[in-house]
Write a protein that binds this ligand. Structure first.
Ligand code: F3S
Ligand code: F3S
Length: 105
């Protein structure tokens, strides 16, 4: 799977969601999250993020490894909806994004 990390927090550029063929990038309150089971590893989202927030799971920079878990934890309650557009925006976030101070962009 691919993982969205800290640079997305309080930015949510959303260029990534236009590229995803399986609509597996979901909107939280402060960032977007990739569904780890629904992502088909196509990699199309990664180069279009203007702040390089998206990484293949094995390539997540060390300071952001908690975001690998965040992209899993976000779906604890949501499960596997099979499409982000039908879920729409949620106000939910998980750690570490949830407690991060406001991010300037
Ligand atoms: Fe976030 Fe980058 Fe997508 S800022 S919403 S991961 S394009
Ligand atoms: Fe979609 Fe990116 Fe995965 S475009 S399928 S979330 S690698």
């Amino acid at each position: 799977t691919y993982v969205i990390a800290e640079p997305c927090v309080d930015l949510l550029d959303k260029a990534c969601i236009e590229e995803c063929p399986v609509d597996c990038i979901y909107e939280g309150g402060r960032m977007m999250y990739i569904h780890p089971d629904e992502c088909v590893d196509c990699g199309a989202c990664e180069p279009v993020c203007p702040v390089e927030a998206i990484y293949y799971e094995d390539d997540v920079p060390e300071q952001w490894t908690a975001y690998t878990k965040a992209n899993v934890d976000f779906f604890d309650d949501l499960g596997s909806p099979g499409g982000a557009s039908k879920v729409g925006k949620t106000e939910m976030d998980v750690e570490p994004a949830k407690s991060l101070p406001p991010q300037e962009h």
